[in-house]
Design a binder for this molecule. Structure first.
Ligand SMILES: [Zn+2]
Length: 124
């Protein structure tokens, strides 16, 4: 039997994300046919900081498998946390988190996503 390895730091990070979602510091919206408001390109996820309120919204395309939505949410939370990190760095972060977080924590995160996400409109 192959044991799954996980790193406590990955679980700790997801725990922090859960707190951020619970306190509504970052809000998540699910959108159909999500597009980048600047380029008009179709995207799977977006992280937007509102100019006036400084609120952070994460948008997730609805047409993805459950596991893909979780991955997209982790990716966008990475952007929100490390605003100036490059796309490549955030992709690395996303795959590291996926590999090293425990199944238990992934399920907890999925549960939080279910509770905290609302259907939303296309960002402008
Ligand atoms: Zn990205």
């Amino acid at each position: 039997m192959r044991r799954k390895i996980y790193h406590p730091l990955a679980d700790w990070l997801i725990k922090q994300f859960l707190r951020v979602l619970k306190k509504k510091i970052i809000k998540i919206r699910i959108v159909r046919k999500l597009r980048d408001p600047y380029t008009q390109c179709k995207v799977l996820g977006l992280c937007v900081k509102k100019d006036k309120s400084q609120e952070i919204y994460i948008y997730i395309e609805i047409q993805q498998k459950l596991s893909e939505k979780v991955l997209t949410a982790i990716h966008e939370l990475g952007h929100a946390t490390w605003w100036y990190a490059s796309e490549t760095e955030i992709r690395k972060f996303e795959s590291l988190m996926w590999r090293y977080s425990s199944t238990k924590m992934k399920l907890k995160f999925l549960e939080a996503l279910r509770k905290k996400t609302r259907l939303g409109r296309q960002p402008k």
